[in-house]
Design a protein around this ligand. Sequence first.
Ligand code: NDP
Ligand code: MG
Length: 382
Amino acid sequence: MKKIALIGSTGSIGRQVLNCVDRHPDKFKIVSLSAGSNAKLLAEQIEKYKPEIATLTNPENASLIKSINSTTLYFGENSMEHAITTDCDIVVVSVVGFCGLKCVLKSIEMDKTVALANKEALVAGGKLVTDLLKKHPKAKLLPVDSEHSAIWQSLGLDKDRPFKKLILTASGGAFRDKTYEELKSVTASDALKHPNWLMGDKITVDCATMMNKGLEVMEAMWLFNCPLEKIEVIIHPESIIHSMVEYDDSAVVCQLAYPSMEIPIQLALSYPDRLKTDVESYDFLSKNLTFRKVDLDKYPCFKLALESAKLGDNYPCALSAANEVAVHLFLKGLIPYLSIYDYVLYALEKTVRREVTLENLLETDALARSFVLEKYKGDLND
Ligand code: NDP
Ligand code: MG
């Protein structure tokens, strides 16, 4: 029986982790749950899974959570770190955004297996995470993101196997068939209609801009110790091939299945075993698989992410933080879709190079967020 600490239990990934637990109650047990603001859903989850610990970052609706003798509750800003208990085997980090980084670092320090969905942590703090993993050889970092899970599977679940290059597939997001002109008037609700996946709001917008693929390129660089030049990105509108590895002899190995996070989430929990899922077997006669080149003019955020990967140090952290705020403003209907790029670019240009330490990343993150808000206020007054 594997004991799971679930950080971000109320989100899209978090709820699917709980589906895996429901599917295999003899294999997995929830020992802690952490949520951001959704006290109502957290209360239901506490009732059902009776964890030892539950945490809620934003205590506004904490009164909805009835105290249960078997569950210790923590509320407030840094409460989610309490969810990483000494007796858990796996920490699933499925919160959205930079706030996941501290949980990843703490889990590794405690020699835990981390099932990582939160890509922003690795984009900003990949160096800290990989350095810490070297000091804690018992700790493991397993990918949940579907592309990285596909690469891991294509490497035979051996992250250290040598390869020639990694090929990440991208759906192209909600606007892949729109012209640049048409993008000027798209709304948040248009951006949230992803053609193949049902996910949280932030990542769905990131898919539309392809910032998500840029973040995933950096995630792959850290997870598979891979330089930028050895990563190719290709649009694959059907989202059946989830990513590929090309070996030295030019043989390409890929992982494919109908688009569902069930497979990558459950594999990170059950590794090294594979357990049954509810995903249908793939029917090879059901559709043609197609591929397209990424149009960098249509996806400037993707280009910007690659540029920040080349700049290195704290620039990916600034890019990701600025993007979090800009996407938030777009989702609230406060800025147009195409401005997401302008805001992230503005913050990147104002960022000063710093070496990667936790302190410098916290500062970079806070400054990048403030640069976006500064531009937003300035634009309002113009
Ligand atoms: P959601 O927005 O659906 O869920 C986010 C989760 O994080 C919620 O549980 C939310 O709590 C919690 N949260 C947010 N801020 C805080 C905070 N400050 N403190 C504690 N908890 C917080 O996102 P997704 O599940 O879609 O994505 C989660 C991560 O996984 C992201 O990094 C995303 O890029 C990555 N990912 C997601 C995929 C998907 O299919 N959804 C696929 C691959 C990667 P609450 O709702 O209670 O406020
Ligand atoms: Mg992905």
